[in-house]
Ligand binder design. Sequence first.
Ligand SMILES: NC(=O)c1ccc[n+]([C@@H]2O[C@H](COP(=O)([O-])OP(=O)(O)OC[C@H]3O[C@@H](n4cnc5c(N)ncnc54)[C@H](OP(=O)(O)O)[C@@H]3O)[C@@H](O)[C@H]2O)c1
Length: 224
Amino acid sequence: MTDQPTGLAGRTILIAGATSASGRVLARSLLDAGARVVAVGSDQGRIDALEAEIPGVIGERADLTDGDDVLELAMRVHAGVGDVDGVIHLVGGWRGGGGIPGQSEEDYRVLERSFTALRYVSRAFWDDLLASPAGRIAMVSSTTVEAPTAGGANYTAVKAASESWMRSLAQGIAKAEAPAAAVTFRVRSLEGLEGRLAASVVDLWNTDAAGAAERNGTVVDLSA
Ligand SMILES: NC(=O)c1ccc[n+]([C@@H]2O[C@H](COP(=O)([O-])OP(=O)(O)OC[C@H]3O[C@@H](n4cnc5c(N)ncnc54)[C@H](OP(=O)(O)O)[C@@H]3O)[C@@H](O)[C@H]2O)c1
């Protein structure tokens, strides 16, 4: 492992699902820390609004649950700004209630989209993350993975699968001996924690290669 400079200056970070409140706070924090920020969402109007609200953000429209869209996004990003150093996955959504009988297929299919997007995006930018002197990938999971409920069974199952995928990414990073880290954040609710999430993401780059190896594969509860 080679040593690496710390901080976000000169780093390019892609926010996958950037138009929510947490995405906007994160985009601003990353820019303030010196990063170049590529903000991705599925709705052109909301991406345009984000670019207007936060000057400097590079908006990209893509349906991250569509494999072809993600590949085209990766080509545009690579042609426009080059390789990325970080991917922060925020595509989420909530459906639930009604106990076990209420865990409908329709709700599951909606929720599963966030896991699909995580798989597509992490594969599309995997080589970038391994090649970067400070590659980082992070997602936001839920504290319910530790304490699932009947009414949230679909949602929690998707989050648990996503956490498993993140641990697989961590193993791939360790195996490649890359100075990178795959980190899962958990929250009970994000409301009021947007700033804390943003600070925690920025902090992922305040570490050298040894620190990245220590963080790789960890789960950090931001609600605690
Ligand atoms: N909110 C909470 O209290 C809470 C609690 C626990 C965990 N989390 C997790 O924290 C993360 C962030 O939560 P959040 O509430 O800020 O996010 P969110 O609103 O669920 O989603 C984030 C963004 O993803 C974008 N998105 C949705 N589908 C997309 C697609 N197919 N392609 C591209 N972009 C897409 C949405 O923008 P567009 O519609 O403009 O595309 C949205 O702005 C999620 O993973 C969520 O599950 C949240």
